[in-house]
Write a protein that binds this ligand. Structure first.
Ligand code: SF4
Length: 251
């Protein structure tokens, strides 16, 4: 994948190849890329039979929109995190995204900018999204809590209970087909379970909400964990490939 094979690769393709290289994938050949010219980058990965998604027909809510949810949230002081935040990090991306990423909570960079996943972990998430053949503008990114917990501590139960209704409203407004839960905290909160991430990851789960159970939740490792544990990137990439196959099948 290195050397002359990269000479003709477009700028758009480079981040994807860089990510694959980090994943340990080293078998792409120049002629393979040429044969696939004009096809999305994601389709260069050999697809396995996709899992069945039964959420075809999920339509964006006709009654709830993201601006309405943001208005409902207002300058929120519903929990004590409001006292230490700089900005509410509501979420960003497409209001009709088929794929949504949900992390734990904002960090220092996110708190400063009011945007989700813009620090080092966010840059890795961006690489992951690009490697999937998507852009940040095509997906939606949010967190379990919208204000930064002091010193990046985990959100506490009362904080989650105060903030979660707004995440649920965001999901109801967007109606994604798949939610990729990033890390233990997001996975356990979204799936209402205490099961370990190692047992949850890489598997499609039903979103445990009455009217939205056709939405699938696939947990994977949090990008911050992947930065600390690079060998786990390969497992995360396998999880992302499952999502890619499911989205392709769902087209
Ligand atoms: S974390 Fe959520 S509930 Fe708490 S103050 Fe921020 S927006 Fe409000």
């Amino acid at each position: 994948m290195a050397g002359e094979n990269l000479v003709t690769v477009s700028d758009q393709l480079l981040p994807w190849l860089t990510w694959l290289q980090e994943m340990g994938v080293d078998s792409l050949k120049k002629n393979k890329i040429k044969r696939q010219e004009g096809v999305s980058e994601a389709s260069l990965i050999p697809f396995q039979p996709p899992p069945t998604l039964s959420n075809k027909g999920i339509e964006p809510s006709l009654t709830l929109t993201l601006p309405m949810v943001r208005d409902n949230l207002g300058e929120c002081t519903r929990c004590k995190l409001s006292g230490t935040r700089t900005n509410i990090v509501f979420g960003s991306g497409s209001p009709t995204a088929k794929l949504m990423f949900v992390g734990e909570g904002p960090g220092a960079d996110e708190d400063e900018q009011g945007l989700p996943f813009v620090g080092r972990a966010g840059q890795l998430l961006t690489k992951m999204i690009v490697a999937m053949g998507l852009s940040r503008e095509e997906v939606y990114i949010a967190n379990i809590v919208k204000c930064r917990p002091p010193n990046n501590r985990p959100p506490q139960t009362d904080e989650i209970e105060s903030c979660q209704p707004f995440l649920i409203q965001q999901i109801a407004a967007i109606r994604p087909h798949i939610i990729c839960a990033l890390g233990t905290f997001a996975a356990q909160t979204l799936l209402n379970t205490k099961t370990r991430i190692s047992d949850l990851r890489g598997i499609f789960h039903d979103f445990p909400h009455d009217t939205m159970s056709r939405i699938k939740v696939l947990p994977t490792f949090h990008p911050a964990y992947l930065l600390r544990n690079p060998p786990e990137k390969r497992k995360a990439w396998e999880d992302l490939q499952k999502i890619m196959r499911a989205l392709k099948e769902d087209e």
